[in-house]
Ligand binder design. Sequence first.
Ligand code: ADP
Ligand code: MG
Length: 213
Amino acid sequence: MMVTKEQILQWLEQFADAIAQNKEYLTQLDAAIGDADHGINMDRGFQKVVNQLPKLAEQDISSALKTVSMTLISSVGGASGPLYGTFFLRASTAVAGKQELSNEDLASLLQAGLDGVLQRGKAQMGDKTMIDALSPAVTAFTQAIGQGKTTSEAIQQATAAAEQGMQATIPMLAKKGRASYLGDRSIDHQDPGATSVYLMLKSLSEVIGMTSD
Ligand code: ADP
Ligand code: MG
C-alpha cells in the first residue's frame, strides 16, 4: 500500500497525543537518569506541531516534515530537540518530491532519519539512547519489506523491535547525554529517549494499521 500525506499528518497527531498522554511517564524516566524534562520538552514541541497541522496540510510530505523539524529544533530544547529535529529533517529530504510513500520510500525515510541521529549524536547501539530503539526498528522494517510483508506488518515488526530495544536499555550503562554523567547509577533505568522513539513507531503502526493493505 502507499502511505498518503493524510496518514503522515495523522502519524504526527497520534505521536503528539502519545507524548501528551505519556508526558509524566517520560519525565519520570528522565528524573531517574537525567534532569526530569524529556516529557515536558517533547510535549512542548509536539503541541506546537499539532497547532501547525492546518498549515502542514497545505504542504507536500517533504515540506511538512521539514516544517516539523524546524518547529522541534526551535521549541524542544535539550538533547532531544536537535536529535528529533535532525530525524525529521533527514526524513524530509529522503522523500523529496513524493506525493505518497511506497514501502521503499518509508524505509528510506526511517533510514535517513536514523542516519541523521547517528551523525548528530554520535551514539552507538548499546550507549543507552534513542538509537537503541530506533536502529533495530529501522532494521526490522527494511527486513520485513524485503520479505514482501505488507506496510502494516512491517511497521508492526518495527514497533516490536523498538519496544524490545527500549526494554534492552534498562540494564545498559549510559555512554552519551546527561545520563552518562551518572556512570554506574544509570544502570537499571529505562532510557527516556528510547521510550519516546518507541511511541513514535507505535503511533505510525496505529495509523497504518487502521487501513487494510
Ligand atoms: P536532555 O538530556 O538535554 O535533558 P532530553 O531529556 O529531552 O534532553 O532527552 C534525553 C534523551 O536524549 C536521552 O534519554 C537519550 O535517549 C537522548 N540522547 C541524549 N544524548 C544522545 C545522543 N548523543 N545520541 C542519541 N540520543 C541521545
Ligand atoms: Mg532531560
